[in-house]
Design a protein around this ligand. Sequence first.
Ligand code: SAH
Ligand code: SF4
Ligand code: F3S
Length: 436
Amino acid sequence: MKKAYIETYGCQMNVNDTEVIFAILREAGYERTEKMEEAGLVMANTCSIRDNAEQRIWGRLDVFNQQKKARPGVLVGIVGCMAERLKDKLLDNGKVDLVVGPDAYRSLPRLLEAITPDKPQIDVLLSRDETYADITPVRTDRTGISAFISIMRGCNNVCSYCVVPYTRGAERSRDAHSIIREACDVYSRGYKEVTLLGQNVDSYLWKSSDETVNFARLLERVAAIAPDLRVRFATSHPKDISDEVIETMAAHPNICRHIHLPVQSGSSRMLEKMRRKYDREWYLERVAKIRSLIPDCGLTTDVIAGFCSETEEDHRETLSLMEEVGFDWAFMFAYSERPGTLAQRNYPDDVPADVKNRRLNEIIELQNRKSLERYRAQVGKEVEVLVEGPSKRDPAQLCGRASNNMMCVFPALDRKSGTYVKVKVKDCTSATLICE
Ligand code: SAH
Ligand code: SF4
Ligand code: F3S
């Protein structure tokens, strides 16, 4: 069998897409390898979210091309969001044989068949209904414990800074039965955790002739598969996360106590300009609701520093919101202008780079302090951990996550991966609970 090697960049959805791609490539006679040097097909599943994500891919393309030079016949492919954004521009320098967008993976076998040295192949058509519902992903996680399941694709939100609606197309929800089937299937193969993925899971909505399933109902059904199957999900949108979803979480102990709720900014003026369709007060109200129904819920977020026209006052509002909420963890970014987005067309990217970076550093510093506080508050508590495997730093220790998504390390003893253990938190860093 020929071998395919894929590097994955970007979000968890891309990780799952790579698993779908491996399943489709199997039809074309390729099996998965983790060694680039033995692959006949070398690909990157790419991300366009910020400019530096794309710059990294250009660097990898040079590395892939060394393979091509050393072993004639090796094919190089760019798939995913950057393929969709740049289309045939990726073919300009002769380094790429194959360009495939996120909705066109089914055409991979046909395209691979048609490639010749002077005829690279491209398919970047977006679809209204493709969800790859019938494809069983080839799992690439190392542990066999935690699986990603995509429940929807695309995004209808058009946040003004964001490239995703252009690279992933319109939002569509996957057949609920196929999601349940996939979750049952991984559970029967020994997995103990599934993460339901979408850009905005709260707007999941699937209808058939006799039923309508929203996200809360879907969560409930996945949670009902087995009490020892943990259910996680990402990403929630503050404008759409409903009381029904929060109540469903509260009612099912195996739905993990963690919500990733990207705020982006603490300034209502910025949120309006970002077209997030909520303001600071709305966000804080959602957090209050979550904490009143699920007091121990872990909360994480995304923040963008230095969006168009952001003032010191706007920036201080972001800091004060972060201070007030006290997130466990955050992904924090400097605003990166993306071609074709509403922001790029309508607003100058006018916060100077040094100001953006200074604000970003202030945000990171504040979050590090908050993370440490949040982790410290767990010391002395008993938490239930799903054992994932040996800790990276010390093989005599195991690691795994608490329900609230905090990473825990604890002495291995004779515990096995995929089992639940109760541990006591005795110390912490700002990203790990040290337990016994
Ligand atoms: N669908 C999710 C997020 C997807 S992108 C949501 O709506 O929250 C992941 C994160 O990347 C975003 O939450 C945002 O914080 C960041 N991001 C997106 N576009 C960006 C840009 N142009 N510059 C900097 N950060 C960006
Ligand atoms: Fe981008 Fe907004 Fe959609 Fe998230 S909800 S993917 S930030 S457009
Ligand atoms: Fe990146 Fe595309 Fe995901 S732009 S963040 S890989 S949806």
